[in-house]
Design a protein around this ligand. Structure first.
Ligand code: 3MF
Ligand code: MG
Length: 344
C-alpha cells in the first residue's frame, strides 16, 4: 500500500541564523506568529520541545504547566494544527552539562528524569502520545569520563521510568552519532532499537530517523529507515540533507544528493509510511545568508522536493524494474532511475 503524507516541523526550524561563530542575523519571530505560517507553508503537524510548548517549565507547578499547555492546545485547535510530539530538552540546563540520564551526578540524573516526566504531562494535554528522545549529551568528550556500559543501563532505566509513568506513551529515540558530544551512546537506529528490546515494553519504544544523523554516522538514511520499518518502529522522520562528515547542517531535503533523497521517499512510499498517522517531519534550517522575509522558504522547498520525488517514485514502471532486477542488469536500472530523476 502506498504511503499517506502529512508534514510537520518544529518552531526551531524558523530561526534567527546564529551559529557557534556569530550572533543572530534575523529578528526572532514570536511562536504564535510561526504557528500562523504552518498551513500556508503546507504543514499540519507541530513538533515541540517541552519548553517550546510551556516556556520556563522548570519554574512552574504541575497545575501551571497544565494550564499553559492547555492554552497552546487551544491555539493549535484554532489554527487547525496538531501536536506531533513533545521532546524533553535535556541539553541546555546547567544540570545537563555532563549529560541527562548519563550524568555522573545523581542529582542531575534525577533532574533529567523528572523533566522527561513533565514532557509526558505536556504531551497528554496536547493530545499526542509521542515523546521524542534526542539523547543530545548522552555521550562523552573523553572515553575515560564515563562507564559506557553503565551509561546504557542508565538510559534504559530512564526509558523504563517514562514507560511506567504513562501506560500509553510511545518513546521515539532520535539517534545521532556526534555533536554536541564527540561520541554518543546511541549513534544509530540499531542502537536505539536494541535498547527498545531491553526495555520493559518494547512495543512502545521506537525511532525517529533524521537523514543528516544517518549520514553523519556514514550510513544511508533510507537503509536506516528500512531497518526501523522491518521492526515496525519507524514512527517519525526528520528529513533534511547533509554535505559530508562535518557539523550538522540541516540543509533542505534533497538539496545535496537528490538520488539519496529519492531513495528515502521510495522507501517511505513503498512501505505505506503515514498510514498509521506518522508525519513527515522536516528538520531543516534556512541558510544564515537568508533575509528575514524569505527565511521560511526552506520549509516549503523541502516539502516541494519531497512531493516532486514522490511523483517520480510513483511514475516508475515497477514491472520494468522487476525485469531489470531479474536480469541483474543494474547498469540499465541505474540509468533509467537517473533519467527519471532528470525528467528524461
Ligand atoms: C539535533 C536535532 C534536534 C532534534 C530535536 C527534537 C534541534 O540534531 O535534530 O533538533 O530533532 O531536538 O528531538
Ligand atoms: Mg532532528
Amino acid at each position: 500500500m502506498p504511503g499517506t503524507f502529512r508534514f510537520s516541523f518544529g518552531p526551531w526550524n524558523i530561526h534567527e541564523g546564529a551559529d557557534p561563530f556569530g550572533p543572530p542575523v534575523r529578528p526572532g519571530m514570536p511562536f504564535t506568529q510561526k504557528l500562523a505560517l504552518y498551513k500556508k507553508l503546507g504543514f499540519d503537524g507541530v513538533q515541540l520541545h517541552d519548553d517550546d510548548a510551556v516556556p520556563n517549565l522548570n519554574e512552574l507547578s504541575g497545575a501551571q504547566i497544565e494550564r499553559s499547555a492547555a492554552g497552546l492546545r487551544r491555539t493549535l485547535d484554532d489554527e487547525g494544527l496538531v501536536a506531533e510530539f513533545v521532546a524533553p530538552r535535556l541539553w541546555e540546563d546547567p544540570r545537563t552539562i555532563d549529560g541527562g540520564f548519563t550524568s555522573n551526578d545523581e542529582n542531575n540524573r534525577r533532574y533529567a528524569i523528572e523533566r522527561s516526566l513533565k514532557a509526558i504531562d505536556i504531551a497528554n494535554v496536547l493530545g499526542t502520545k509521542k515523546i521524542v528522545l534526542w539523547p543530545a549529551r548522552e555521550g562523552t568528550y573523553i572515553r575515560e569520563s564515563k562507564d559506557a556500559r553503565l551509561a546504557v543501563e542508565r538510559i534504559l532505566e530512564a526509558v523504563n521510568r517514562m514507560l511506567a509513568y504513562d501506560p500509553e506513551i510511545l518513546i521515539l529515540i532520535e539517534p545521532k552519532p556526534n555533536e554536541p558530544m564527540d561520541q554518543a551512546y546511541l549513534p544509530t537506529v540499531g542502537h536505539a532499537i536494541g535498547l527498545a528490546y531491553l526495555s520493559d515494553d518494547p512495543s512502545r519504544v521506537g525511532a525517529l530517523i533524521e537523514s543528516a544523523h544517518a549520514i553523519l554516522a556514514g550510513l544511508d538514511p533510507s537503509d536506516e529507515m528500512s531497518y526501523a520499518l522491518a521492526h515496525k518502529k519507524l514512527w517519525s522522520v526528520h528529513l533534511n540533507d547533509q554535505n559530508g562528515l562535518k557539523y550538522d547542517q540541516d540543509k533542505s531535503f534533497g538539496s545535496v544528493d537528490l538520488r539519496r533523497a529519492f531513495m528515502q521517499v521510495w522507501v517511505l512510499d513503498r512501505n505505506g509510511y503515514g498510514n498509521n498517522g506518522e508525519f513527515v517531519g522536516m528538520d531543516v534550517k534556512a541558510m544564515r545568508t537568508q533575509r528575514a522575509e524569505e527565511a521560511t522558504q526552506h520549509l516549503a522547498n523541502s516539502r516541494e522536493i519531497f512531493l516532486a520525488l514522490l511523483a517520480v517514485v510513483r511514475s516508475l514502471d515497477t514491472a520494468r524494474i522487476d525485469q531489470l532486477i531479474a536480469q541483474r542488469n543494474y547498469e540499465q536500472l541505474e540509468i533509467e532511475i537517473i533519467r527519471a530523476l532528470m525528467g528524461r
